[in-house]
Write a protein that binds this ligand. Structure first.
Ligand code: NYM
Length: 211
């Protein structure tokens, strides 16, 4: 059977505070992998293109109000609604590079004061990443980068809280990169980690959060 010869794709997640450079690095990584002829897709959460995503976007841009628990569950639901597609792509050999995932979901909600275990519960069963790259930046440094936009959460005080919860979630599978290094140095490090993970994930079946 042919399918057995198709190696699976890797789930690669980039995380970090707002303005840490994730989105730039996701784009660079996807181009790099494409250039190597590897099947790859760029994803991001929240995915604002679904009905749930539009509710999230309206909340983030202050066009609607929601209780903290309600918006948390919408962010989770936005990942759940893409879960089966994600699994199919990975099984068919496509590597997925994701700009934010469950770690954002838990850190941002816990930073508001919600119980961290409650925050994790709705994420349980989502596909576990093969690689999490955390772009590490001091909240003060991030705030000084061209300034925050006008969305919710883009405030220094709040980002300091988020950083605290990222530190709690951080485990051995995370690769931490200093977000203040030169761009091409960050880019090269991520490329190396990604290639390694695409190779080594073949040995591991897909697994689910939280490990
Ligand atoms: N965010 C993102 C959450 O609060 N929970 C989540 O589950 C995710 C995926 O949304 N400030 C927050 C982090 C960001 C904001 O993300 C929008 P982006 O990457 O700026 O589109």
């Amino acid at each position: 059977n042919n399918r057995e010869h198709v190696s699976r794709g890797a789930l690669i997640v980039l995380e970090g505070l707002d303005r840490c450079g994730k989105t730039t690095q996701c784009g660079k990584l996807v181009s790099f992998l494409e250039g190597r002829g590897l099947p790859v897709e760029a994803w991001r959460f929240p995915d604002r293109n679904t009905n749930i995503g539009r509710m999230i976007s309206s909340y983030l841009t202050n066009q609607s109000q929601l209780d903290d628990q309600a918006i948390h569950l919408l962010f989770s639901a936005n990942r759940w609604e893409k879960r089966s597609l994600m699994e199919n792509k990975l099984r068919n050999g496509t590597t997925i590079v994701v700009d934010r995932y469950s770690y954002s979901g838990v850190s941002f909600s816990a930073a508001k004061g919600l119980d961290i275990e409650w925050c994790k519960a709705s994420e349980k069963g989502l596909i576990a990443p093969d690689l999490v790259v955390y772009l590490d930046i001091m909240p003060e440094e991030a705030a000084s980068r061209g300034g925050y936009g006008s969305e919710r959460y883009e405030r220094l005080e709040f980002q300091m809280n988020v950083a605290h919860y990222y530190r709690i979630l951080h485990d051995a599978a995370w690769k931490v990169i200093d977000a203040c290094l030169p761009l091409d140095s960050i880019e090269n490090q991520i490329q190396g980690l990604a290639l390694e993970s695409i190779k080594s994930c073949q040995k591991n079946p897909l697994s689910t959060l939280w490990l």
